[in-house]
Structures are given as structure tokens and as C-alpha cells.
Design a protein around this ligand. Structure first.
Ligand SMILES: C[C@H](O)[C@H](O)[C@H]1CNC2=NC(N)=NC(=O)C2=N1
Length: 111
């Protein structure tokens, strides 16, 4: 069944997050990146978009002036977290670091 395609257990996700300090689990992999200016937030958005197209794996993304909110789940696994989300988050973390963006996962809104 498509919905069960390779989703990770919570323990797997917790293990992966140990090396992904920019992110937290909240019904998906979520984070907020803060940049010095709105223009730099836009540059981060462009980088996230490029990664999404390269990996064919797309986040929910919200631009809030100098902050970018991101959430990764796998639609093809019923909205659960899969290795594709982990890989995308790792790529975004790398791009964000290169752009001088500060990770603030604690600021991602509670449901
Ligand atoms: C048809 C296209 O390849 C699929 O819809 C891709 C596109 N991007 C995607 N992004 C995410 N987050 N999950 C998916 O299952 C997914 N599937």
C-alpha cells in the first residue's frame, strides 16, 4: 500500500535527528531558519527549492520576512517521515549553514 512506503519508526527519526540539530520532530521534520535580511531569506528559499527539485522531494515552506519555516513529510508514505525527508533536511542544513542562516527549530509553531 502506498501509504506504508518505507516510513521510519519514531526511534529511527530520533536517531537521525541526533545528527540533524537544526531540526525537530513535530508531525514531520520541522525547523525555522532566521537570516539577517529578507533578501537572504529569499536566497535560502531559492536553495531549498533547488534541493527539492534535485531530490524530487518538496517541503512545506513559509516565508516570514527574515525567517523561513520548513516542514518535511513524505506524501507517498501517507505524510510520515521517510529517509527522503532525512536526506532533504540534511541537504537544507548544509545550504543554510553556507548562507549564514540560524536554525531556530524551537520557534516552529506548536499545532
Ligand atoms: C510526482 C512526483 O514525483 C511526486 O509527487 C513527488 C514530488 N515531491 C514530493 N515531495 C514530498 N514531500 N513527498 C512526496 O511524496 C513527493 N513526491
Amino acid at each position: 500500500m502506498a501509504g506504508n512506503r518505507d516510513h521510519l519508526t519514531q526511534a529511527d527519526v530520533d536517531d537521525a535527528l541526533r545528527v540533524l540539530p537544526d531540526w525537530k520532530y513535530q508531525d514531520g521534520l520541522v525547523t525555522v531558519y532566521k537570516t539577517p535580511t529578507a533578501a537572504e531569506a529569499l536566497a535560502l528559499i531559492a536553495a531549498v527549492g533547488e534541493i527539492a527539485e534535485q531530490q524530487n522531494h518538496h517541503p512545506d515552506l513559509e516565508w516570514r520576512y527574515n525567517r523561513v519555516h520548513l516542514r518535511y513529510v513524505s506524501h507517498d508514505a501517507g505524510g510520515t517521515v521517510t529517509p527522503r525527508d532525512i536526506a532533504a533536511a540534511a541537504s537544507v542544513s548544509e545550504a543554510a549553514a553556507g548562507l549564514g542562516a540560524a536554525a531556530q527549530p524551537e520557534r516552529y509553531p506548536e499545532p
